[in-house]
Design a protein around this ligand. Structure first.
Ligand SMILES: [Zn+2]
Length: 162
């Protein structure tokens, strides 16, 4: 998928619109304070109704509430996203306090990582018919698979698949 947009937030927004087809608003900001950088972001998405236990097939890209919510979320200021002294609940209240219902969930600690796993990649490639696997072998005699999320590259020996 091409990367589209004037900045990272627009590129992410365009990804959600085109690939995931989920109405999304992304705002990102970074600010240097002395020797440290602060960065923050807002990801606002319209989740499908009755999503639990079902596939995300029924997201409406034209839900009547979305433009209103997107305008409120889009009014967030960069300095609000990078202010370490502004609790997230306060920020959400500032943006959406006029809404009928507003719920927040406990924060989840973020960590860097990807779920890709060399053994899993090998098991996926092993399921292809032999002829197709042979067509995947590159000039160096290896099957190379790149993770689309973290850009890790896996080199697989075709012999180890049989
Ligand atoms: Zn990965």
């Amino acid at each position: 998928m091409p990367i589209e947009g004037r900045n990272l937030a627009e590129a992410a927004q365009s990804y959600f619109a085109q690939s995931e087809q989920i109405p999304s608003l992304v705002r990102l900001a970074a600010e240097q304070r002395g020797d440290h950088w602060s960065a923050g972001g807002l990801l606002l998405q319209h989740l499908p109704e009755g999503e639990e236990g079902r596939e995300r097939l029924h997201t409406r890209l034209d839900h009547p509430d979305w433009p209103h919510v997107a305008i409120l979320g889009g009014s967030v200021k960069p300095e609000e996203l990078t202010d370490p002294s502004l609790p997230l609940d306060d920020l959400i209240w500032r943006l959406f306090h006029e809404e009928e219902e507003l719920r927040t969930l406990p924060a989840t600690k973020l960590s860097r990582g990807c779920r890709c796993d060399p053994d899993y990649v090998r098991s996926v490639i092993a399921r292809f018919p032999v002829e197709e696997r042979e067509a995947m072998v590159g000039d160096d005699g290896l099957i190379r698979v790149d993770c689309a999320f973290c850009s890790s590259s896996f080199a697989i020996q075709p012999q180890e698949l049989t």
